[in-house]
Design a protein. Structure first.
Length: 115
């Protein structure tokens, strides 16, 4: 990946995180974190990975809210960053922390069985 793509991804991660914290913390009761942004090579699409703390129902509800508001988020993003084109936003659920917790629990169970 090029340096420009990485810089734009970092900038978008920071801005989308700020937008979600500022504008959506009241609407969504879930704890929401932008974990990663991956840009296409042409900078037209930003794949935003979010971590949502809560049960599966909360995650689903919050992801649906983000999907319904992505046009609004994109317009705010376009007013805060200076790019020739404001990229389209696609939201994805980042389940890395859930997998880490599962692996951690398995390791703890193995240690308990060894004793």
């Amino acid at each position: 990946m090029s340096v420009r793509v990485d810089k734009v991804a970092s900038l978008i991660k920071q801005e989308v995180g700020s937008i979600l914290q500022r504008d959506f913390s009241v609407v969504s009761s879930a704890f929401l974190t932008v974990t990663e942004v991956r840009m296409t090579a042409d900078l037209k699409i930003a794949r935003v990975y979010v971590s949502i703390y809560g049960d599966s129902k909360t995650k689903e509800k919050t992801l649906k809210l983000l999907e319904s508001e992505k046009g609004h988020i994109r317009s705010i993003l376009g007013s805060h960053i200076r790019l020739k084109f404001t990229p389209s936003i696609e939201f994805y659920l980042d389940e890395t922390l859930d997998r880490v917790e599962t692996i951690d629990n398995l390791i703890k169970q193995i240690h308990r069985n060894d004793r």
